[in-house]
Design a binder for this molecule. Structure first.
Ligand SMILES: Nc1ncnc2c1ncn2[C@@H]1O[C@H](COP(=O)(O)OP(=O)(O)OP(=O)(O)O)[C@@H](O)[C@H]1O
Length: 259
């Protein structure tokens, strides 16, 4: 994440005294700063720190209680947003092919046709995430890892300049994490901005050059190794506890994978 007032790269996001919350109760407050276009940024922090809330603020799903979030060079509809997997996902009455094809929705509209070129793109996306052969399988009959692969294939088709991922690897197998992390690297290599809420700090250290540590306010941001210091992680935990966040929730430790 770029510092407040210095960046040679254009910011894609700018937070200006941003406070977000529910029923007028702030969940994150007074956020300032910019995220440079093309960033590969992890958002980490204790449970209840406001990580998902911040993503909702970026998409516009949640309107600020105070301040604002500016999105530059991208329309909000162009943002790809992958929420945490829920049981609702797997109850979706749809086969893999059609589920993935929904990634073209913005391009073709609700009633647009899928021509031969688009069929090829859908097949390529399904292939790239390793789901070929499962095109006709109902979403509800997929494993967690396969379902997340289908979600990533859908994001692939969206061709979004800004990709938001909320705990994309929760409860999925190691091979799926490895394959989907490679896809995230690929997106970053293509110049897309990827922002991911993550709990596995080892994964963040390996894969994400920049990190934002959140505990209802910004605790630290910038280079991942510096941000994820013991001192910063301890401070995040204390802030979460002190402010009535989930005080007894497990908190990120520098030397362990999950919070
Ligand atoms: N829909 C909602 N209505 C009311 N309060 C909410 C809602 N969603 C979240 N909150 C509250 O806002 C605060 C921040 O929640 P959020 O889900 O953003 O945290 P998080 O950092 O993503 O947590 P976790 O790591 O546990 O997923 C928490 O206190 C939570 O209880």
């Amino acid at each position: 994440m770029a510092k407040n007032n210095s960046s040679s790269v254009q910011p894609i996001l700018r937070f200006d005294n941003l406070t977000l919350g529910y029923n007028r109760h702030p969940a994150v407050h007074h956020l300032h700063g910019e995220i440079a276009a093309g960033s590969l940024l992890a958002i980490v922090g204790p449970n209840g720190a406001g990580k998902s809330t911040l993503l909702k603020g970026i998409t516009g799903e949640l309107r600020p209680l105070q301040g604002r979030v500016e999105v530059h060079g991208v329309q909000r509809q162009q943002i790809a947003y992958l929420t945490q997997l829920t049981t609702l996902d797997s109850s979706f009455p749809m086969v893999v092919h059609d589920f993935v094809a929904m990634g073209l929705w913005r391009e073709i509209g609700a009633f647009g046709g899928v021509d031969r070129a688009r069929h090829r793109r859908i097949a390529a996306a399904i292939d790239l995430v390793g789901l070929n052969g499962l095109e006709s399988r109902p979403i509800g009959a997929l494993s967690g890892g396969q379902l997340q692969r289908a979600h990533f294939a859908r994001v692939l088709l969206q061709d979004a300049p800004l990709v938001l991922l909320d705990e994309p690897y929760g409860a999925i197998d190691a091979a799926s994490v490895r394959d989907l992390a490679a896809l995230v690297r690929h997106w970053h290599g293509e110049g897309r901005t990827v922002i991911a809420v993550l709990h596995d700090l080892d994964h963040v250290r390996r894969e994400y050059p920049e990190t934002l540590l959140l505990a209802r306010e910004i605790v630290a941001r910038g280079d991942t190794a510096t941000v994820l210091s013991e001192a910063n992680l301890l401070r995040a935990r204390k802030l979460a506890e002190g402010r009535g966040g989930d005080a007894h929730a497990p908190v990120c430790h520098a030397d362990e994978g999950a919070q």
